[in-house]
Design a protein around this ligand. Structure first.
Ligand SMILES: Cc1ncc(COP(=O)(O)O)c(C=O)c1O
Length: 383
């Protein structure tokens, strides 16, 4: 019996059936405390919140440390950012694209990174799109076929948000590295529920926000940059948190060159949101307390249970059934998916319609009963 982990920590589960972590993680009691602490800090200290005794600077630093731990990185390789779009922009602003002017992404990706890469057209950059033949999967070889000696950068979304397809990220990284091409991983739908070791993967860049599987809410995201790229790249799009000592650089000495940090902090923009950092810490610490290994194992089993129930109920899927080809999102085909989702929502099932199907995501607080009730409801009422 898959009973769910720490369900009593998530008050929303008493009111609704929640299957929408891939949109936003449920709020925990520790998230509530974090938000309350920020409300009190702001109310009591306002701008003095930045002073050491109130700890906002330390909260942001602590969030970088927590994220580093979560993905197997060193602190120096992590920058705080404001979203995956922003993180991609930091990296693309670092390349000159003069000799190598091609970039690659797939038509299954979440639009954050593709938008950035397509916008480079004005800088004479040619984008190439890996097209999924079945609308569900792409392979490492599909990327390989588009790689040339002009490829500067490849962006890969490791779990697809609409259907849950999980790509063989290690294979793509290895193939790209054979041709000295860097890979940017958009891991927004995997960090927190699928184990990640950036060093073992040898990935060049990786970004994730905290809204979803990390259970950390809005306001902060993170960018990992591998050591050699920190040395080689100087982003042209930064803010004062991307400088070594901004006030000296810009005001006291009016130096004519920027003094950039020797860490991934050189990819940062301006004032971080302490509320985002405080919330993210509460989420990341909860995830690490249960361990991503245990969470991944649990979520995978629960998704397999859902797939079995769909099979028995003769419901087809828009998600590969092989365990190593899926994250923790399952998309169930339905003829009139938007109407089905509307009916389910009226019955207090929180989920979304995507790719003409019913998108269900399961995190460690979901249980077998959630799955049973949903499938029974789809079969008896909704379809
Ligand atoms: C895979 C993936 N990447 C990126 C994002 C959002 O990125 P951004 O921070 O640019 O809004 C999402 C959000 O749904 C996502 O699912």
């Amino acid at each position: 019996m898959l009973r769910g982990i720490a369900r009593d920590q998530f008050p929303i589960l008493e009111k609704v059936r929640y299957y929408n972590t891939c949109s936003m993680g449920a709020m925990s009691l520790t998230n509530q405390l974090a938000l309350q602490r920020f409300t009190e800090d702001w109310n009591d200290y306002a701008g003095f919140g930045w002073n050491k005794e109130h700890g906002w600077v330390e909260d942001v630093e602590h969030a970088r440390k927590n994220f580093a731990k979560l993905v197997g990185a060193k602190l120096d390789n992590i920058a705080f950012s404001f979203g995956n779009s922003v993180a991609t922009g930091s990296i693309t602003s670092s390349f000159d694209f003069k000799t190598k002017n091609e970039v690659i992404f797939s038509d299954l990706d979440f639009p954050s990174t593709p938008a950035n890469l397509m916008a480079l057209e004005g800088r004479n950059v040619k984008y190439k799109v890996v097209k999924s033949e079945d609308g569900l999967t792409v392979s490492a070889d599909d990327y390989k076929r588009l790689m040339t000696d002009k490829t500067q950068f490849i962006s890969v979304c490791d779990v697809i948000s609409n259907t849950g397809f999980r790509i063989d990220r290690q294979n793509i990284i290895e193939l790209a590295h054979l041709q000295n091409i860097p890979i940017f991983l958009d891991s927004y739908q995997s960090v927190g529920s699928i184990q990640m070791d950036v060093k073992k993967l040898d990935v060049d860049f990786m970004a994730s926000g905290c809204l979803k599987w990390i259970l950390g809410g809005f306001g902060i995201s993170f960018l990992y940059v591998r050591d050699d790229w920190i040395d080689k790249l100087n982003p042209s799009s930064i803010g004062w948190y991307g400088l070594d000592s901004p006030f000296e650089d810009l005001f006291d000495k009016l130096r004519d060159t920027l003094h950039r940090p020797t860490t991934a902090e050189k990819f940062q923009f301006g004032t971080p949101y302490p509320v985002g950092a405080i919330l993210a810490n509460s989420g990341m610490e909860m995830i690490m307390q249960h361990t991503v290994k245990k969470i991944e194992h649990y979520n995978t089993k629960l998704c397999s249970y859902l797939i079995d129930r769909c099979k028995d109920a003769e419901l087809d899927l828009n998600t590969p059934i092989e365990e190593n080809q899926r994250g923790h999102i399952i998309n169930i085909k339905a003829k009139d998916a938007s109407n089905v989702v509307k009916k389910l929502t009226e019955l207090n099932y929180f989920l979304d319609m995507r790719a003409h199907g019913i998108r269900v995501s399961l995190h460690f607080y979901n249980n077998q009963q959630d799955v049973d009730q949903l499938i029974d409801e789809i079969v008896t009422t909704a379809i």
